[in-house]
Design a protein around this ligand. Sequence first.
Ligand SMILES: C[S@@+](CC[C@H](N)C(=O)[O-])C[C@H]1O[C@@H](n2cnc3c(N)ncnc32)[C@H](O)[C@@H]1O
Length: 300
Amino acid sequence: MTDSKFYDWRYLYLKQAYFNSFLKQFKLPCPPYNSPQYWDAAYKSFGPNDSYEWGDVTMSDVKEYEYFDMEWDAQHSSSYPSKLSNQSTLSAALNIDHQHDDSVEIRTQAQQQQRPILMLGCGNSRMGEEMIEQGGFKGPIMQVDVSRSVVENMRQRCSDLVSIGSMSFVQDDATELSAFRNNMIDACLDKGLMDAIFCAEDYHQLNQIQQTIHRVLRPGGSFVFFSFSRPEFLIPKLMMLDEPSVHIDDFQRRIPWTNIEVQQLPKILLYKMQKANGNASENKQMITRSKTNKKQMKRR
Ligand SMILES: C[S@@+](CC[C@H](N)C(=O)[O-])C[C@H]1O[C@@H](n2cnc3c(N)ncnc32)[C@H](O)[C@@H]1O
């Protein structure tokens, strides 16, 4: 074998495949995070006053935060800037600054009622309460979880906020959101659901959840989620870029996200994407960017 052959693409491909299968043997087993029964059983041992924070991330970590932008294509994935350089707030990430700006009197209370913030896979996290009590959000925040036990406990714990109409709880499956109409949500927030499903390697469910969120978001509305998974692994799965049976154009037709951003916060990563406004050039730009990324992924 000559030197040039030794380094040809087949050799590199085989080396990578061998390395991946080697790594897989040492992957720690992941609980069945993609199973609603698993979560319901887990929450049965908790009471209304118990809370657990995925990633130990609370409102104080994200109300106002410093971050750096992360490039998520293969070409740039190894060149992250070394220092935090930007500032943002959770409401800016969610693109809902009007929700807690009294000077903007565009929306009536009735209009706000039709356009709530959706908190998916809320569990018994205190994030929703803290958004209203410390974060300056007015709500209404609609908290959703697939587990009936946790939804009942949360409804009891947050009864004051529920009684004034700032919060509501719905037991629903994020892959369907059958209780929600199209385009009715201003912004959607998730801490832990997408991450847990990704960890369980249920990419089909990951895709279904995105489709459902996309359906209920208003045009231009944002979907923000927190995750520990790095973009070079998560984004191809989110967009099904390495799924041979799915062409990128099919994905774009089904879930036309635009402006996908990844921010590195001190404790966790923030993923942000927007439902396209229906503007043709915006959609075209997104398709071009995705194709470029797909090519780069293939080249690796
Ligand atoms: C990792 S926990 C995160 C809980 C909470 N958001 C936090 O920050 O600690 C994931 C949550 O998603 C919920 N969940 C799992 N699958 C779901 C589904 N298909 N639809 C709605 N919620 C789901 C679980 O019951 C659980 O509460």
